[in-house]
Design a protein around this ligand. Structure first.
Ligand code: ZN
Length: 150
């Protein structure tokens, strides 16, 4: 039984992939805000990327499963809505991973993840998920998804 080892919890959480973008973890996405230990129980604060984003339930379930599978049962997950999640919480390393996965990272100027061209066009505000929009590169003509900047 780990007693109050929050570092271990962070490590476990870092192995839980984002349900929509499996190459990045929920920690890298920036949704895990805090892990504390009090009264023999871990408290994990989660800030959903978008309120009403259907992925919230998926990743809280994934987090629960991961912790329980690793023998951690004394925890609770608290959803924190303020301050609101922003794409600024994503590290440069995470953005690089997104790009390699073929998703343009959040940015004021959307760059094509394939050829880095700035010459891109928004096709639809809604991609496969609410967090992403569909764009098309006017240079290499490839359609791609871009993580919305919020
Ligand atoms: Zn391109």
């Amino acid at each position: 039984m780990q007693s109050g080892n929050t570092k271990y919890i962070w490590e476990l959480l870092n192995s839980v992939p984002d349900p929509e973008i499996p190459v990045i973890s929920v920690v890298e996405l920036g949704v895990v805000r805090d892990v504390t230990f009090k009264d023999n129980s871990f408290k994990i604060c989660i800030t959903p990327t978008y309120s009403g984003c259907p992925a919230v339930k998926t990743f809280t379930d994934d987090i629960k499963t991961c912790l329980v599978e690793n023998g951690i049962n004394n925890f609770k997950i608290e959803l924190v809505y303020s301050p609101a999640w922003t794409t600024d919480w994503m590290s440069e390393k995470t953005k690089e991973k997104l790009k390699k996965f073929g998703i343009a990272p959040p940015a004021k100027v959307v760059l094509c993840p394939l050829c880095s061209s700035q010459n891109t066009q928004l096709i639809s505000e809604f991609g496969a998920t609410a967090c992403k929009a569909m764009h098309k590169c006017l240079d290499c003509l490839e359609p791609f998804e871009a993580f919305k900047c919020i």
